[in-house]
Design a protein around this ligand. Structure first.
Ligand code: ZN
Length: 243
């Protein structure tokens, strides 16, 4: 399970290899396939070559095909989105147009931001009240989300209480029967938790557990492509810092 790939082909290849090494047989994609990075078309193609269980659109994916307002974004993100839209051929734009920010799958509910506002609301660690609203919005057991670029779990106990935590580095969690979960793998293509390694999550249905995993990738190559494309330099710099 991956989110916020952001046109980072080097990170995607590293994560797919690492996930397959760990026995992954299907992929869930929580949106923001494009935006920020230098390889929108190639990343989109690679994603749709994967054995996909579920894929949703993020706000960047929607904005790249004029389905989300560009003035919602800061200048750097909007510049990168204009560049992204120019790079995408007609069939890639069609693919993005076919995605919604929310989808039900057999593995669980999949959204980009939150259950209440699937395209745009941020569920940052600690924002337990916002997470409670998402738990109350639909009767899901597990919901996968992204958007914040921070690996996170919100857990709702049987008594309705909600607690959220950021996951530092890697971690494993056994899912308790009767509890409900909102699970964010962190960002594959632009981590923002201070760890520059690419983030993803393994959902282990047999063990009823999830695992957050980090994998190093060729940051230099991704940075070089961003600079060569003439994208804002800060988008290259931040990959090395993981911020
Ligand atoms: Zn994102």
């Amino acid at each position: 399970m991956v989110s916020d790939l952001h046109s980072n082909l080097e990170a995607l290849d590293a994560v797919v290899a690492a996930a397959r090494d760990r026995g992954a047989t299907g992929f869930i994609v929580c949106g923001d396939i494009v935006g920020y990075g230098a390889d929108p078309e190639a990343v989109l193609e690679r994603v749709f070559d994967l054995p996909l269980r579920s894929v949703v659109a993020g706000n960047h994916d929607l904005a790249a095909v004029d389905r989300f307002p560009l003035d919602w974004f800061n200048d750097v993100a909007a510049d990168a989105l204009r560049w992204t839209a120019e790079q995408l051929p007609a069939d890639a734009r069609e693919t993005l147009r076919g995605l919604e920010p929310r989808e039900s799958s057999t593995e669980g509910l999949v959204v980009h931001g939150s259950v209440v506002e699937p395209a745009s609301e941020y569920l940052m660690p600690g924002e337990d009240a916002a997470a409670s609203r998402s738990f109350g919005h639909e009767p899901f057991e597990r919901c996968f989300f992204g958007h914040t670029h921070v690996p996170t779990v919100f857990e709702q106990r049987g008594d309705g209480g909600v607690r959220g935590n950021a996951i530092q580095g890697e971690g494993r969690l056994r899912l308790t029967g009767g509890h409900r979960y909102l699970l964010n793998p962190g960002s594959l293509g632009q981590p923002r938790d201070g760890d520059p390694r690419s983030a993803f999550m393994i959902v282990d249905d047999e063990q009823s557990a999830v695992e957050w995993i980090r994998v190093a990738y060729d940051v230099d190559a991704a940075q070089e492509k961003i600079r060569a494309a003439g994208l804002p330099g800060v988008l290259a710099d931040r990959l090395a810092a993981g911020r």
